[in-house]
Design a protein around this ligand. Structure first.
Ligand SMILES: Cc1cc2nc3c(=O)[nH]c(=O)nc-3n(C[C@H](O)[C@H](O)[C@H](O)COP(=O)(O)OP(=O)(O)OC[C@H]3O[C@@H](n4cnc5c(N)ncnc54)[C@H](O)[C@@H]3O)c2cc1C
Length: 322
């Protein structure tokens, strides 16, 4: 960043910025807490996306065949344009600057962005998980294995995971926090961070279960081109059929959905977008109320060291056994 009387000039790049090339305005914020020697990077501003000096390089889509909803039910439908955004000496006028070297506030902005963003991640993931659990249950049905013990265990786990993610997101909203100075209400930071960590940390397990139920066909299913070939379709119908009464086409469409749900893109967006697992762990540890937890332990252990806790010190003595 270079300072001018009428604004600042910024250079650098931000990687993986979703839908940036489709936006009218970009809002740039620091992505972590900063120290004094990071001062030149402690900037935050808004700027129109077509300002001189801004270049977008969009991510390569995994799906290569637009409009082929048979082979790519999800990825032919949704493309998130995650771009590398390059700022090559972009001028930001004073009235669009929120932070200009005040490094002490960089962490506050990054954390507040995280509070909202981790909940936003949870909201789309909760919906997607219903798709994952539904795909597993349907596949078990189509393959005729719904009653097998290991399948029931996996469906139970998928239900627990799906519903827990929903509940954690709801908790973040219901226990929102109001900033006393600005009146801004924001998602409960502890709950929002736990929601994101919980769904990201368990995503691969969920995909493993769905893939296990579906079988190797997820990797080896024929393409829409073969399905549409009148010579091949009867053979596919015969040899890749589902249980009696379920059309082969339905089984194939579901197999393709499961392949899309377990794509590298889905795996990586779940793990890294809205911050890597380490970022949530860091926030959770910072937010943890260890004074309260210690007070709970001290009360149970009958440790009277003169410390006071608003909850536990006001409770009667830990009950004796009767
Ligand atoms: C599909 C997608 C969309 C995204 N959209 C957006 C968006 O719209 N806006 C936005 O701002 N961001 C977006 N992101 C970025 C996202 O927040 C980052 O990917 C995430 O924070 C991880 O950062 P990184 O990719 O640089 O990986 P890294 O930070 O390089 O992480 C790789 C590994 O290195 C570890 N690591 C990193 N630093 C340290 C350290 N100092 N010490 C020890 N270990 C370390 C991490 O814990 C991790 O295990 C998106 C990401 C993806 C994948």
């Amino acid at each position: 960043m270079d300072e001018r009387p009428d604004g600042i000039v910024v250079r650098g790049a931000k990687a993986h910025i979703s839908e940036a090339p489709l936006s009218n305005e970009l809002v740039v914020v620091p992505c972590r807490a900063m120290r004094e020697d990071d001062k030149a990077y402690a900037v935050s501003f808004g700027i129109q996306a077509n300002a001189p000096g801004i270049t977008f390089i969009s991510a390569e889509p995994e799906m290569k065949e637009a409009g082929n909803f048979f082979d790519y039910p999800l990825s032919a439908s949704v493309y998130i344009n995650d771009a590398l955004v390059i700022f090559d000496d972009v001028f930001i006028p004073n009235e669009r600057i929120f932070l200009k070297g005040e490094w002490q506030f960089a962490g506050h902005i990054a954390h507040m962005f995280g509070n909202f963003h981790r909940l936003s991640a949870e909201t789309y993931k909760a919906a997607e998980l219903e798709m994952v659990a539904g795909a597993a249950a349907l596949m078990a049905e189509y393959n005729g294995i719904a009653k097998a013990g290991h399948v029931r265990d996996k469906l139970t786990w998928l239900t627990y995971y799906t519903e827990a993610v929903e509940i954690l997101g709801l908790a973040a909203c219901e226990h929102s926090v109001s900033d006393p100075d600005s009146g801004l209400a924001y998602p409960n930071p502890m709950h929002a961070n736990i929601a994101k960590l919980f769904f990201a940390d368990n995503w691969h397990q969920a995909i493993k279960y769905v893939q296990d139920i579906a079988g190797g066909i997820v990797a080896t299913a024929p393409s829409a081109a073969d399905w549409d070939n009148p010579e091949l379709r009867p053979l596919i119908e015969k040899y890749l059929g589902a249980k009696l009464g379920v059309p082969t086409e339905h089984r194939l469409r579901l197999i393709k959905l499961i392949r899309d749900l377990g794509s590298s893109y889905e795996d990586v967006i779940t793990l890294h977008a809205e911050g890597s697992l380490a970022a949530q762990r860091l926030s959770i540890l910072e937010l943890a109320d260890f004074d309260r937890y210690k007070a709970a332990a001290k009360r149970a252990a009958r440790i009277a060291d003169g410390s006071y806790d608003a909850i536990y010190s006001e409770l009667p003595e830990f009950p004796p056994r009767v």
